[in-house]
Design a protein around this ligand. Structure first.
Ligand SMILES: NC(=O)c1ccc[n+]([C@@H]2O[C@H](COP(=O)([O-])OP(=O)(O)OC[C@H]3O[C@@H](n4cnc5c(N)ncnc54)[C@H](OP(=O)(O)O)[C@@H]3O)[C@@H](O)[C@H]2O)c1
Length: 338
């Protein structure tokens, strides 16, 4: 049977056409508890069959392990996939469990070579600055990234967790194809300034953690009790203790809308973020992360769900009521810099 494939959207003004939902690959190697290589490989293949072409990784995910894990899949399907990776969260040699933000030119040049080596490809399709180092002017960082484009190491440029002002300054140096930031029913900071700027500049929005790191699916209720000790979500204030209990109650309208569609809450969360594209007038390509082929099917099927105005109104108040920050260390979020 030929699988039904998802619609497409363009990355930036001159970027490639990609499936309107991408695949977040971080959890295949890192951050979210025990990994399963066989299931992850099956998830990658199933995604491609269903029209998912944008695959998201970063050098920081598992200290390069995620890029290495994805390499055989990318090489087997090089002409069908759009590879997105990132630099900017460096691992200090004295403490591999920590991340420091680096945007200096020597670091970027080292990072791109290391990513190309691990991925074992000639060119990266979309290269993101993962986080902004505030002491380095964004124009300088994007200037180095633009050199990588001219040298043929990178095709398109992206920025993660930037402010609207940073995006505008970057675009003066080189066209930016995509901004990747957290965007979900629980995290809507970027709608005030970043999204309007992206629309004006012709930049595609790539929402990360569109399922609220899984919380919006109901797959865990309290990170402290439901997830393994090494799971990154145990450090995130909104997913444990009193905050998690308060936030779980916010899922009630998501469940009600899901029931009306014969869908899952996760599918409603994905349909909602996808539909922000129509609301704000710009292309939106969410990258839900999963390591399971069945969930890839469930998540891609959400691209066919259209929420009514009444349903959107029911979901509208949720984000403003969420208890707890996105990160324990909010220097990792752009919102405080607006
Ligand atoms: N730029 C940045 O700073 C940044 C930050 C975070 C993430 N990212 C990128 O964005 C991608 C997605 O974000 P994310 O992984 O943090 O969060 P997410 O997509 O909101 O949620 C992922 C979690 O949800 C679970 N899940 C996925 N589909 C599900 C379904 N249908 N039903 C129940 N549970 C489901 C996954 O578990 P299973 O894997 O077990 O299915 C995983 O634990 C990442 O993979 C990464 O590439 C970027």
């Amino acid at each position: 049977m030929t699988p039904r494939t998802i619609p497409t959207a363009r990355l930036g003004a001159n970027g490639p056409e990609v499936g309107v939902q991408g695949l977040g690959c971080m959890g295949m190697s890192f951050a979210y508890g025990p990994t399963d290589a066989d299931a992850s490989r099956a998830a990658l293949e199933r995604a491609l069959e269903l029209g998912v072409t944008l695959y998201d990784t970063a050098d920081a995910y598992g200290a390069g392990e995620n890029e290495k894990f994805l390499s055989p899949f990318f090489r087997a399907h090089r002409d069908e996939v759009v590879i997105a990776t990132k630099f900017g969260l460096a691992i200090p040699p004295e403490d591999p469990s920590r991340r420091i933000i680096r945007n200096d030119a020597p670091y970027i040049r080292e990072a791109v070579e290391a990513s190309l080596r691990r991925l074992d490809v000639d060119v990266i399709d979309l290269y993101y600055m993962h986080r902004r180092e505030l002491t380095v002017p964004i124009e300088d960082t994007v200037g180095v990234m633009a050199e990588l484009v001219r040298e043929g190491k990178v095709k398109q440029l992206g920025l993660s967790e930037v402010t609207a002002a940073e995006l505008r300054a970057a675009q003066e140096v080189h066209p930016i194809a995509a901004v990747q930031s957290e965007w979900s029913l629980f995290s809507r900071d970027i709608e005030a300034q970043v999204v309007p700027a992206a629309r004006e500049l012709g930049v595609t929005l790539v929402p990360y953690s569109p399922l609220g790191r899984g919380f919006l699916t109901g797959s865990f209720a309290d990170a402290a009790t439901d997830l393994t000790a090494d799971d990154f979500r145990r450090q995130q204030p909104r997913y444990h203790g009193e905050n998690a209990a308060a936030n779980a109650a916010l899922l009630e309208p998501v469940r009600a809308v899901a029931e009306a569609h014969g869908a899952t809450p996760g599918q409603i969360a994905l349909a909602w973020v996808q539909q922000r594209g129509a609301v704000h007038g710009l292309p939106v390509v969410p990258i839900p992360g999963t390591r399971r082929p069945g969930r890839v099917e469930e998540n891609t099927a959400a691209t066919a769900i259209v929420l009514s105005d009444e349903e959107l109104a029911l979901l509208e108040p949720i984000a403003a009521k969420v208890a707890g920050d996105r990160y324990a260390d909010m220097r990792f979020a752009s919102a405080g810099r607006e």
